[in-house]
Design a protein around this ligand. Structure first.
Ligand code: GTP
Ligand code: MG
Length: 455
């Protein structure tokens, strides 16, 4: 059953905060947590209760969950570099990889799409690096979208800057942090600063991002230090000028990444995968609920026609309409199958009796006079037998709609009337339906069928 075990387990694992963001408390034992999420993902992928049509419709999402499961089983940690154009994101990716995996350029906008490469040196820790395009050219909304996309594919983000943060950079940093991924801030091009200048810039940055990035995670790097003129004086006192690039310095950042990967790698991947699965589970349940509602509406209509025509052909006193429960019980048996909570014929008969009793109590006063008046409304004097029969059939139809909808509600709530009880639930349904338009439609439909029968 799609609503039970896995779904409950997954949802239990993922607690929602009031703002709607999904927050997963990191499990104490990362491996156990990752194992639990992997199992949930596997169950979601294999859940026989998910109809093929819904699987097909959400194929891309299922594919993504499969990839995340593979990644989780391989124990990889995906790290994205994010930031303004030309801050040296690609250069930093290369420096961490120890090879030129990403193109680096003086021109703005060298990287135009997200690319990823495995961090060679850290392969045993399963770090995968993702390069992204710069955020300058984008307006606020597009920047936010990119941040979400990046967050979606990464477990951890290194935000790269090359000086103080602009307002846009700070906004983007906060957007990323709000997606629940850990964010590190790398101050790149630190070769351009003297030691004091670098120290005070770091202190300033730590203050600016306090509450968003931990002070230990604000780290200076030099991914591709610019060449400098170096003057060498030989033994004879001759000066020789040549250009030399200072050493790359990403050791602090690499160490921090590896430490995070070692400590929480699997937990972070698991959280990320869990978030995805939680969203997909919600989507799948929404789609299943929609499909069920459509099926249920079709089924109720089918029984409305059957009952409406039967009553029209065999007029019975209005007061007996609710008691003529045979067809309604058959309908409820079928509805219970649509909702995956099959009821026996006896159980559904009992449910129909409960609903009918509520309807009778609710409408005792109006059931007779007002309802008949409604059913006949709009019909001219000198009614033919067929027309009055159709009006009475319409009442049978209306009673079936009410019973069907009430039973549906009871099934949707997992065979329960909820805290307020059957009386309230039935009253709400009566109030929510447009009685006159249902009766009008019923009358027309029944008349059409009676005419077809008589010709
Ligand atoms: N001085 C100095 N320059 C650097 C450093 N890292 C990168 N650069 C230079 O910054 C420029 C941009 O580098 P990229 O790595 O292409 O920057 P990016 O952020 O990937 O740029 P886009 O892909 O265009 O957004 C290049 O000219 C690099 O040589 C550094 O540590 N020090
Ligand atoms: Mg780039």
């Amino acid at each position: 059953m799609p609503d039970d075990t896995l779904w409950r387990r997954l949802k239990g694992w993922l607690a929602r905060d009031p703002g709607g963001a999904v927050v997963t408390p990191p499990p104490r034992d990362p491996d156990a947590g990752a194992g639990r999420v992997a199992e949930s993902l596997r169950n979601l992928l294999d859940d026989p209760g998910i109809p093929a049509s819904i699987r097909h419709e959400l194929a891309a999402d299922f594919e993504r969950i499969q990839q995340m499961l593979d990644k989780l089983e391989r124990g990889e940690l995906h790290v994205a570099v994010f930031g303004r154009v030309s801050t040296g994101k690609s250069a930093l990716g290369n420096a961490l990889l120890g090879r030129d995996a990403f193109s680096v350029g003086v021109l703005h906008g060298t990287t135009t799409t997200a690319e990823h490469a495995t961090l060679d040196e850290a392969r045993h820790d399963g770090l995968v690096l993702i390069d992204t395009p710069g955020i300058n050219e984008l307006d606020g909304e597009a920047r936010e979208r990119l941040a979400f996309e990046v967050a979606e594919v990464s477990d951890l983000v290194v935000f790269v800057c090359d000086g103080d943060l602009t307002r846009e950079e700070l906004d983007a940093l906060k957007t990323l942090a709000a997606t629940q991924r850990p964010v590190l801030l790398a101050l790149n091009k630190s070769d351009r600063y003297g030691a004091d200048e670098k120290g005070s810039l770091l202190t300033h940055l730590r203050l600016r991002v306090a509450g968003t990035v931990h002070a230990d995670d604000v780290i200076a790097v030099a991914a591709r230090p610019a060449e400098r003129q170096v003057v060498e004086v030989d033994a004879e006192g001759h000066e020789r000028i040549h250009r030399q690039a200072p050493a790359i310095d990403v050791a602090g950042l690499r160490e921090r990444l590896l430490a995070i990967a070692a400590q929480e790698g699997k937990t972070l991947s698991a959280i990320n995968a869990g978030l995805h699965a939680g969203r997909l589970t919600d989507q799948v349940s929404t789609r299943i609920a929609e499909t069920r509602r459509v099926l249920a509406a079709r089924l109720i209509r089918h029984y409305c026609i059957a009952k409406g025509v039967a009553v029209a052909l065999n007029p019975i006193p209005v007061a007996d309409l609710l008691a003529a429960a045979g067809l309604d019980a058959a309908m409820v048996v079928q509805l219970s199958r649509v909702y995956g909570l099959p009821l026996t014929r006896t159980e559904s008969g009992r449910l129909v009796a409960v609903i009918s009793a509520q309807l009778a109590a609710l409408m005792g006063a109006i059931w007779g006079v007002q309802l008949v008046a409604s059913a006949l409304k709009g019909l001219s004097a000198g009614l033919s037998v067929v027309v009055t029969a159709a009006a009475q059939g319409a009442l049978g139809w209306y009673a079936t709609v009410l019973i069907g909808r009430a039973a549906e509600q009871y099934l949707i709530a997992g065979k329960s009337w909820g805290e307020a009880g059957a009386k309230r639930a039935v009253a709400d349904i009566v109030a929510s339906l447009d009685r006159d338009s249902i009766l009008r439609e019923a009358r027309e439909e029944i008349l059409k069928r009676l005419r077809t029968r008589s010709t």
